[in-house]
Design a protein around this ligand. Structure first.
Ligand SMILES: Nc1ncnc2c1ncn2[C@@H]1O[C@H](COP(=O)(O)OP(=O)(O)OP(=O)(O)O)[C@@H](O)[C@H]1O
Length: 761
C-alpha cells in the first residue's frame, strides 16, 4: 500500500540520515585503508607476529571490499516499531552493512540485513506485524535518496498517516514489482531489498544437515541459495572462513550470470564451480552425448573403475628372466601372484599398496638370488647373513631393469592415465566393464582422447580414491621448492644490498632503511608465495581432498549419481543446501526424486522446503507452461506468478524453408529494451548463431538452465521434444526463461502441450 501522505520533508529527513551513513562508511573505509597500509609496512618479528600481520592484512582487505560493495544502496529500508518489539529503538534502518556509533555507546545506526533485529523488515505483515507499524523502502541512486515507499502494518498508524487500508500480503509490493519488471542485464542482482517471507525462512534456516529447496521455475531458488551463503558467512563467520563455502552450478555461463551477487553483498570467500571443474587440474573441454553421459553418471561405473584398477595389477603370463649382478633371476607367476595377494589384502589404494607389492617381489627375488649364489659360489652352502640379504634387496631396488619389470606389473598410476587408457581401449573396456551391456561399452569407447568431459570429473575423482596419492615425492618436492624460494629471496636481498655503491653506502644516512633492514629472506619468500595469501576458497579449489564447511548446489536435480559421490566426499558433515526442481531435470543422468538421491548419504535425515511463488515468469506464460508440466507429472502444479505482463504468448507457423528467415525477422523487429534469447534444439543452434549480439543470445536448452531473458523465442519445439528422453522437461525450462514476452516459430505441427499459444501473423 503506497503512502500517498509522503511529504517532501520525509525525503529530506531520510536524505540527511542516509548522508550521515555514507560519511560513516567513508570513515570506516579510510580507517581500514590506513590500518592496512600500516600492517603492510611492518616487518620482522617472530613467525607468530608475521602470521598475525597476515591475518590482519586479510581482515582489512576484506573490510575494504565489504565497504566498497555497500556503496550502492547502502541503506534501503527502515522499520518503525512500537510496544515491546521496539526494545528501546523505535526506528531501525536496514542496509548492506552494519554501522555502529562508536562515540555513542556503540548505538546501531544501520543494521546489516542479516542481523536478527533486521528480520521483521522481511517478515512483518498486517496479519503478523511483529511490532512493526510501518515498513519503509528507501530508494537511492548513488548517494541520493530518490524515493520512499511506505506500508502501514497497523490500521491506527495507517489512519494517522491518512492512507487507506488494504494490502495483498506481498511485502514491499511496489519495490518488488519495480525489481521484477526491470529490463534484464545478463547478470543476476541481489534481492536484499525485497526478500519475501517464505524465502527469508530458508535463507536464515538454522537446519544443520541437508536442506532441499524444491521450487518451480522463477521461484527465486538461485537467489535464495546465494543469500543463504551470505547469511551463513555472516552468522558462522569463524567456522566458515576457514573451511569455505562451495557453490556448484550447472555450467560456466550460469556461474558468470550469478557471479556478481555475492561480491555485491561483500562476500568474496566462496568458490563457485561446475561439477566438471571440481576435479583440480582438469578442465572439461569436450561434451559427451546424453546417452554416454547417462552411462558415465550411473553407479555401475564404481565397479567398472574398481575393475579397471585391478586390471592394472598384472601377473606375467610367462616367467620373465632378468640378469642381476650377472646371474639370471626369474620373475614367475607364482612369485607375483603371492606379492599381489599381499598388496591387495592390505586394502590400501593402488598406489599406496604398491610399496607392499614391490617389497614382496624383491624379498622373493633376493631369496632366489641368495640361494643361487649359495649353490654356485659357495658350493651349495648358503652362508649369507641376514644383513647380506638386506644388502641384496637394497641393490635390487637400485637396479633399473629389475625395477622396470616390477613397475610394469604394478605401475604407479594417475586417475587421468587410467581413465584415458580405459576409454580408448575396447579390450580394456570389455574386461573392466563386462557387467555393462555391449551398447553401453560402445557409448563409453572413444577412438582417441581429445580431452575430458564434465561427466569424466566424478570418474577421475573416484579413481583418485581407488589409486590413492602417494604424496611422499610431492612433499619432498614442495620442501625443495620452498628452500629454493628462500635461497632466491636471499639472492634478491643480496643483490639489493650489493647494488648500493660502497662510497654511497658509506655516506648513507643511517636513518634510511635498506631493503635488508625491512625484510628478511624467509619473510620475502613468504610474501612471494601466493599460497600464504589465498582465501580458503582458493586453496580449496586446488585441493581435491578439501572438505568444505557448507556446500550449496544449484540445479541439483541435474547431478548424476557419480557426481553426488564426488560432492559428498567434500562435505563429510553433510551441511548442505540443495536447490532444484525435479520437473526441470534435463540430463538423463539427473534425478527425479530427492529421496533416491539422498538416501545413501543421509538416510531420511534431510528436510524439504518449498517455494511457491514465481517471480520471473508472467502469468500469461505460466498458463502455457502449466500444460507442459502436467504432461511431465500430472500431480505437480506450477508456481503462482506474482504478476502479469500484458503480453500474449504466440506461435507462428511457416514453411520449413522460411523458419530461419522468420526467426531473423522477429529478432530484428524487436527493438524493445532488455535481452532476447533464441532457444533451439542442440543440433540446430548453429543455424542462428550469427544473430548473437550484446542483447541477443542464441542457446540450446542445456545452456539456458537457470538464466532469464526479457524475451524468449523458441524455434521448432517438436525438435526439442524429440532430441532427448527428457524433451518435455527441456521444453518446460525453455518456456519459463522469459520475464516479459514469449514467441514460438515452427514449421512442424505444434506439440499438443503448446495448444494455449495464440496463433500469430
Ligand atoms: N524476493 C525477490 N525480490 C526481487 N526479485 C526476486 C525475488 N525473488 C526472486 N527474484 C527474481 O526472480 C528471478 C528468478 O529467480 P531465480 O533465478 O532465483 O529463480 P529460480 O527458482 O532459480 O529459477 P529456475 O529454476 O527457473 O532457474 C530472478 O530475477 C530473481 O532476482
Amino acid at each position: 500500500m503506497p503512502d500517498k501522505a509522503l511529504q517532501h520533508g520525509d525525503l529530506d529527513r531520510e536524505q540527511e540520515y542516509v548522508s550521515m551513513l555514507y560519511d560513516r562508511l567513508d570513515g570506516l573505509r579510510s580507517y581500514a585503508a590506513t590500518r592496512l597500509s600500516k600492517v603492510l609496512l611492518q616487518t620482522g618479528g617472530t613467525p607468530q607476529a608475521r602470521s598475525e600481520r597476515e591475518s590482519f592484512s586479510q581482515m582489512y582487505t576484506e573490510d575494504i571490499a565489504k565497504y566498497d560493495a555497500a556503496e550502492n544502496g547502502l541503506c534501503f529500508g527502515r522499520i518503525d516499531l512500537d510496544g515491546e518489539a521496539a526494545d528501546g529503538d523505535a526506528l531501525r534502518y536496514i542496509g548492506r552493512v552494519g554501522i555502529l556509533d562508536e562515540a555513542n555507546d556503540y548505538e546501531t545506526l544501520l543494521l546489516d540485513w542479516r542481523a536478527p533485529l533486521a528480520r521483521p523488515f522481511y517478515l512483518a505483515t498486517p496479519a503478523q506485524p511483529e511490532g512493526v507499524t510501518r515498513r519503509r523502502h528507501i530508494r537511492t541512486r548513488s548517494r541520493r535518496v530518490t524515493g520512499l515507499g511506505d506500508e502501514y502494518l497497523d490500521l491506527a498508524a495507517a489512519e494517522r498517516a491518512g492512507v487507506a487500508d488494504g494490502t495483498d500480503g506481498v511485502a514491499g509490493e511496489s519495490a518488488l514489482l519495480t525489481a521484477l519488471n526491470a529490463a534484464r542485464t545478463g547478470h543476476m542482482n541481489d534481492i536484499v531489498e525485497t526478500i519475501q517471507s517464505e524465502q527469508d525462512a530458508i535463507i536464515r534456516s538454522s537446519h544443520k544437515s541437508v536442506m532441499v529447496v524444491q521450487g518451480g521455475p522463477g521461484t527465486g531458488k538461485t537467489a535464495v541459495a546465494l543469500h543463504r551463503a551470505a547469511y551463513l558467512l555472516y552468522t558462522y563467520r569463524q567456522q566458515l572462513a576457514k573451511s569455505g563455502v562451495l557453490i556448484v552450478g550447472p555450467n560456466a555461463t550460469f556461474l558468470d550470470y550469478i557471479g556478481q551477487v555475492l561480491p555485491s553483498l561483500g562476500e568474496t570467500g566462496v568458490l563457485l564451480s561446475t561439477i566438471g571443474d571440481l576435479y583440480p587440474g582438469v578442465i572439461a573441454t569436450v561434451h559427451d552425448s546424453l546417452e554416454c553421459g547417462e552411462v558415465k553418471g550411473s553407479l555401475e561405473m564404481v565397479e567398472v573403475l574398481k575393475q579397471a584398477v585391478r586390471d592394472r595389477q598384472l601377473t606375467p603370463p610367462e616367467p620373465v628372466t632378468i640378469t642381476f649382478d650377472t646371474y639370471p633371476i626369474t620373475l614367475d607367476r607364482k612369485t607375483v601372484t603371492r606379492a599381489r595377494g599381499r598388496a591387495r589384502s592390505s586394502r590400501r589404494p593402488h598406489n599406496l599398496a604398491r610399496p607392499i607389492f614391490v617389497s614382496a617381489v624383491i624379498e622373493s627375488l633376493a631369496d632366489q638370488f641368495a640361494a643361487r649364489l649359495g649353490s654356485n659360489v659357495l658350493g651349495g652352502a648358503n652362508l649369507l647373513s641376514r644383513d647380506d640379504v638386506a644388502d641384496i634387496r637394497d641393490e635390487m631396488r637400485e637396479d633399473p631393469d629389475l625395477m622396470d619389470a616390477i613397475d610394469a606389473l604394478w605401475p604407479q598410476l594417475t586417475p587421468q592415465r587410467v581413465l584415458a587408457d580405459l576409454l580408448t581401449s575396447r579390450s580394456r573396456l570389455d574386461t573392466a566393464a563386462r557387467d555393462l551391456t555391449e551398447s553401453q561399452r560402445a557409448l563409453l569407447h572413444r577412438t582417441r582422447m581429445t580431452g575430458f568431459s564434465p561427466a569424466d570429473a566424478p570418474l577421475l575423482d573416484e579413481l583418485a580414491e581407488l589409486l590413492g596419492v602417494d604424496d611422499a615425492a610431492e612433499r619432498d618436492r614442495a620442501q625443495r621448492e620452498w628452500r629454493a624460494q628462500i635461497a632466491d629471496a636471499q639472492g634478491a636481498l643480496d643483490i639489493l644490498t650489493g647494488s648500493a655503491p660502497q662510497d654511497l653506502e658509506d655516506e648513507l644516512d643511517p636513518e634510511i632503511l635498506m631493503a635488508y633492514d625491512l625484510i628478511d629472506a624467509d619473510q620475502l619468500a613468504q610474501r612471494q608465495d601466493l599460497g600464504h595469501r589465498l582465501t580458503a576458497a582458493e586453496r580449496a579449489a586446488a585441493d581435491r581432498t578439501w572438505t568444505y564447511g557448507h556446500v550449496i548446489v544449484d540445479e541439483a536435480q541435474e547431478l548424476s549419481a557419480m557426481a553426488w559421490r564426488m560432492l559428498m566426499r567434500r562435505i563429510p558433515n553433510r551441511w548442505m543446501t540443495l536447490v532444484g526442481d525435479t520437473a526441470q531435470t534435463g540430463d538423463p543422468a539427473g534425478s527425479s526424486s530427492w529421496q533416491t538421491v539422498l538416501e545413501p548419504y543421509v538416510a531420511r535425515r534431510w528436510k524439504l522446503t518449498e517455494l511457491t511463488v514465481n517471480y520471473r515468469t508472467p502469468a500469461e506464460i505460466m498458463a502455457v507452461a502449466q500444460d507442459v508440466l502436467a504432461a511431465i507429472d500430472p500431480t505437480q502444479t506450477a508456481p503462482r506468478s506474482v504478476r502479469e505482463s500484458g503480453n500474449v504468448p504466440w506461435a507462428h507457423r511457416v514453411p520449413a524453408a522460411s523458419v530461419a528467415d522468420e526467426v531473423r525477422r522477429r529478432v530484428a523487429a524487436h527493438t524493445g529494451p532488455g535481452l532476447t534469447v533464441v532457444i533451439a534444439a542442440e543440433d540446430s543452434v548453429g543455424e542462428f548463431t550469427d544473430l548473437a549480439s550484446d542483447s541477443v543470445s542464441v542457446l540450446a536448452v542445456r545452456d539456458v538452465k537457470g538464466l532469464e531473458f526479457d524475451s524468449v523465442l523458441i524455434v521448432e519445439p517438436q525438435r526439442i521434444l524429440d532430441e532427448s528422453p527428457r524433451g518435455l522437461n527441456d521444453l518446460y525450462v525453455a518456456l519459463t526463461r522469459a520475464t516479459q514476452r514469449l514467441g514460438v516459430v515452427h514449421a512442424r505441427p505444434l506439440p499438443d502441450v503448446l495448444a494455449k499459444l495464440v496463433p500469430a501473423e
